[in-house]
Design a binder for this molecule. Structure first.
Ligand SMILES: *Cc1c(COP(=O)(O)O)cnc(C)c1O
Length: 408
């Protein structure tokens, strides 16, 4: 990386945002100007190890050469057609994404929230047309402490008051049960239930990993009761946990899988619903769509992402380096860490509240050249690019140790 190009300082740019940018985020005070691989550089040329990776949108690191190359080539040829016409990139993207995930069909969208909305619409239509639920009676069962996005319908079934308050009236038709509780799910699912929608690992909640057998139990229950299983793999999927999909840890195949974040390679927003033909097949022309969904640039980048995952290399790295992450965190238990949950290159770390909030620890780590994000309270989330080296990972754990044990 070469010298920074900006002339305005970080402090100046941060101050300039305040009056003109909606205050719906509270970023750490770092202004990133460039990035490559696992490293980002601020406007003053300071370098930081990226241990958040865009909430898993950057699973392949910043500007992975194969992804940048695919984007450049496509930019020089064709960027947008709308779905009014076919484009020459979409068929291959859909074929390879379906094959990668073991599903039949793909519904391309842009953001994660759109994939969730699309999954909800497909499940409702399936309930009316295939299952025979009376009109407008369909229910979808979700888990407490979920995070599925920010649209009006999605916050309707959030249990996070900050995400909901002030945004009603809400969309009806959702039932909320505790996560990781098959008995509660059993009681909530009835003849009106179109689907059970859950995250295989709850990311925003603090990387909450359900007990072994839960995902297989959800699969068995939904099959037995005749409703769909929708897995939101927007954050857990595409290599993060050491498998292509987190549901693979229990050899589970959901009826619909929601993908996003890393599917766009950190370059463009790309999301998708992938699923069985008899479920996604309920959609007819005009019933659902998106101007940008399935655009040729997105399809080209998405295909390049799928190509990286087809090698299995990234899943393997996440699994192998995940051992290092787990060992490093285990060493910190009792030394500033009160507990943690980890799978692959993904961890929720509960910091001793006496040391500071997750936000305060994140700010101190930033000073040590490591970027992370708190989830809530005293929990921080570690989710580095899957391209991280063992040495870099050890450096990040060393920085965390320093911050936790030296009071920084
Ligand atoms: C980030 C996320 C979403 C929403 O994705 P956006 O692209 O921000 O709309 C949905 N579900 C899960 C599990 C997520 O982590």
């Amino acid at each position: 990386m070469t010298a920074p190009v900006r002339t305005r300082s970080s402090a100046d740019l941060i101050a300039a945002e305040e009056p003109v940018l909606a205050h719906n985020y509270h970023p750490l005070p770092v202004v990133v100007a460039r990035a490559e691989g696992t490293w980002v550089e601020d406007v003053e040329g300071r370098r930081y190890l990226d241990m958040l990776a865009g909430y898993s949108a950057l699973n392949f690191g910043h500007r992975h050469p194969a992804l940048i190359d695919a984007a450049h080539q496509q930019l020089d040829r064709l960027t947008l057609t709308s779905r009014a016409f076919h484009n020459d990139r979409l068929a291959e993207f859909a074929e390879r994404l379906a094959a990668l995930t073991g599903q039949d069909m793909v519904l391309p969208m842009n953001t994660g929230a759109e994939a969730v909305e699309s999954g909800i619409k497909v499940a409702r239509k399936w309930a009316y047309e295939v299952k025979g639920v009376p009109a407008d009676q369909a229910t979808i069962v979700v888990a407490a402490d979920n995070f599925h996005g920010r649209t009006t319908t999605i916050v309707s079934f959030s249990t996070d008051e900050t995400a909901r308050t002030g945004f009603g009236p809400f969309t009806p038709g959702f039932r909320i049960v505790p996560y990781n509780d098959l008995a509660a799910l059993e009681a909530a699912v009835d003849e009106t239930t179109a689907a059970v929608l859950i995250e295989p690992i709850q990311g925003e909640a603090g990387v909450i990993i359900p007990d072994e057998g839960y995902l297989a139990g959800v699969r068995e229950l939904t099959r037995r009761k005749g409703c769909l299983f929708i897995a939101d793999e927007i954050q857990s999927g595409l290599g993060r946990t050491g498998r292509t999909l987190a549901v693979e840890h229990e050899s589970v195949v959901p009826d619909l899988v929601l993908l996003g974040k890393a599917l766009g390679g950190g370059i463009v927003p790309v999301s998708a619903v992938v699923g069985r033909r008899d479920v996604l097949g309920v959609l007819r022309p005009g019933e659902h769509g998106s101007t940008f969904g399935g655009n040729p640039l997105a399809a080209a980048v998405g295909t390049a992402v799928v190509e990286l995952l087809e090698t299995g290399e990234f899943q393997l790295r996440a699994a192998e380096l995940g051992v290092l992450l787990r060992n490093g965190l285990t060493d910190l238990v009792g030394r500033g860490v009160v507990g943690f949950r980890a799978r692959g290159l993904w961890a929720g770390v509960d910091i001793d509240p006496a040391i500071g909030t997750g936000r305060e620890v994140s700010a101190r780590l930033m000073q040590e050249g490591v970027l992370v994000k708190d989830t809530h309270g005293s929990t921080i989330r570690l989710a580095p690019p899957l391209t991280i080296t063992g040495e870099e990972l050890e450096g990040a754990i060393g920085a965390l140790e320093k911050v936790l044990t030296q009071g920084a």
